[in-house]
Write a protein that binds this ligand. Structure first.
Ligand code: SF4
Ligand code: SF4
Length: 335
């Protein structure tokens, strides 16, 4: 790890990312969480209800639901209904093909995808994985038939209104297929927009270019191909100090399907620190004891008091966030 990554400290938390489980219909080669159809980790309803209570007291500016494939959790619609009035900006990460699977659920009739309509009506922005505008690259990284299904779902999202205005947004996520850094995000966005529009008539809002973080299945695959050390060296060689102040872990926290807090989804993937930094039970317990003793716990003081100024757990994998233009779940850190 780079020396300068050893003392990164958290500031005020404005964004909460909520990973509701590792079940996924895909098994992508680059998945940092080792998600797939065999994974059984999933958030249950009692914890989702607690999570809604937690959102009410922590009041983040934005809240993101991720997985696995979050749209395949049986309680997803109920959860969205519950939290919709509690936070202004809500987004959900999707692999697109899981939205297509949802279409076949009993709630849908014919070709109409009522779940997509539900998301749009509730102003849920979507952050959708599409690592390339070409079939072959998507097939190699995400599996046979994924490109075709993704295009079909993107068209359906456009038909319903996604990608046509700023909110709810439809953003696409790019990550490199080979052990390289992503190209410049703004240039790549122009290329994606031109090709997807010319070839399929698809529109979207923003392109998020992410650097692959060498943990989980990606790390395993790099090791099998003897590319792991070379990739780490590439990240180290491109260390850019300007990214340090913009790292996403400085202003956000990730919560997993058991209610445990992590610095980010990558630390969650490697369980760093073991069993998390804290959990929502602790925060809810502190809030209730504050109420009982007459202390007014407005704002997100308890969460921030617990975590502001605390050292972020960093490791060699963090070099992916600091290389070149920088990287985060929300895109490049520099333009
Ligand atoms: S990268 Fe996303 S879509 Fe692919 S296996 Fe992992 S969670 Fe599923
Ligand atoms: S992987 Fe990135 S976001 Fe996570 S702790 Fe390291 S630097 Fe921060």
């Amino acid at each position: 790890m780079h020396e300068k990554l050893k003392n990164i400290r958290r500031q005020k938390i404005s964004h909460i990312s909520f990973n509701i489980g590792l079940y996924c219909n895909q098994m992508c080669a680059h998945c940092h969480l080792n998600s797939g159809p065999e994974r059984t980790e999933a958030m249950d309803w009692p914890l989702m209800a607690k999570m809604a209570e937690f959102i009410k007291i922590s009041q983040p500016d934005s809240f993101e639901i991720t997985g696995g494939a979050p749209e395949l959790n049986p309680y997803i619609s109920e959860f969205i209904r519950k939290i919709r009035p509690l936070v202004k900006k809500i987004s959900m990460r999707t692999n697109l093909t899981a939205l297509e699977l949802n279409k076949k659920s009993e709630n849908n009739s014919g070709n109409k995808n009522r779940f997509i309509k539900f998301l749009y009506e509730n102003s849920i922005s979507l952050v959708a994985s599409l690592p390339c505008y070409e079939e072959e690259e998507v097939r190699i990284q995400r599996g046979e038939g994924v490109f075709e299904k993704s295009i079909e779902v993107l068209k359906e999202l456009n038909d319903i209104g996604y990608g046509k205005s700023a909110i709810p947004a439809l953003d696409l996520v790019f990550n490199p297929i080979f052990p390289t850094l992503p190209p410049q995000q703004s240039m790549l966005e122009l290329k994606f927009k031109e090709i997807l529009n010319n070839n399929f008539g698809i529109e979207f809002n923003n392109l998020i270019a992410m650097t692959n973080v060498p943990v989980g299945r990606l790390a395993e695959n790099l090791k099998i191909k003897n590319s792991y050390d070379g990739y780490i060296n590439l990240l180290r060689k491109n260390f850019n100090e300007e990214n340090l102040a913009k790292l996403m872990c400085i202003s956000q926290v990730t919560i997993d399907w058991k209610g445990r807090f992590y610095d980010c989804d990558f630390n969650l993937a490697i369980d760093m620190p073991k069993n998390g930094l804290s959990n929502i039970d602790l925060i809810l317990g502190l809030t209730n004891s504050g109420k009982n003793s007459g202390v007014n716990q407005s704002d997100n003081n308890i969460l921030n008091n617990l975590l502001i100024g605390k050292r972020i757990f960093t490791g060699g994998h963090c070099l992916a966030c600091t290389a070149g233009s920088g990287s985060s779940c929300h895109g490049a850190l520099q333009e």
